[in-house]
Ligand binder design. Structure first.
Ligand code: HEC
Length: 156
């Protein structure tokens, strides 16, 4: 019985390797991409861009099913929630919401996704990096005329 189950599992694992996932990086329109100060861009690119942009660097494990399914789904969901490659096209109201959520998620270590950090130790944000990033999110909120001050977040 155990042998049969094991064999079945191996067959299934083998078979699902042939299920293709959509690992494309949609084209980038330079007019729409985010341009933030260099130190902010560096943090976003290291910690967020693999999911929240069209510049995904697909990791080796994204070739192996069923892990590949999760990776592809994460990137798809992340891009539809917030895509820095289309930053300038995001509606003001939506952007305001995402920026507020960005502050909360970074503060609470919900972003970058914890599972992602396992394979990307450099994406883990230090205290100083969290301050820098959330300060920038707040400054963008200010620019959008959001009257909500960052009441959720005071690291200092
Ligand atoms: C491994 C992929 C991955 C990485 C890396 C990642 N995210 Fe996300 N993010 C997601 C997914 C998936 C969602 C959409 C599903 C959800 O809301 O949980 C999301 C949603 C979000 C949202 C919208 C949340 C909401 O409820 O409106 C924000 C804001 C966000 N991420 C910010 C960030 C920031 C900032 C970073 C970098 C510090 C980051 N993310 C890194 C996968 C990722």
């Amino acid at each position: 019985m155990i042998k049969k189950i094991a064999l079945f599992a191996i067959v299934i694992l083998f078979a699902i390797q042939f299920i293709g996932i959509d690992k494309t990086n949609p084209p980038i329109d330079a007019a729409l991409t985010l341009d933030a100060p260099e130190e902010v861009m560096t943090l976003l690119k290291t910690s967020c861009y693999d999911c929240h942009s069209n510049e995904t660097v697909w990791p080796y494990y994204s070739d192996i099913a069923p892990v590949s399914f999760f990776v592809a789904a994460h990137v798809e969901d992340a891009r539809s929630a917030l895509n820095f490659s289309q930053w300038k096209a995001i509606d003001k109201k939506v952007k305001t919401k995402r920026l507020k959520r960005a502050i909360i998620t970074v503060k609470n270590e919900m972003m970058a996704l914890p599972s992602y950090l396992l394979g990307h130790e450099d994406a883990r944000l230090s205290y100083e990096e969290k301050v820098l990033l959330t300060d920038w999110f707040q400054s963008e909120l200010d620019k959008l005329g959001s009257d909500k001050k960052n009441i959720f977040f005071d690291l200092r």
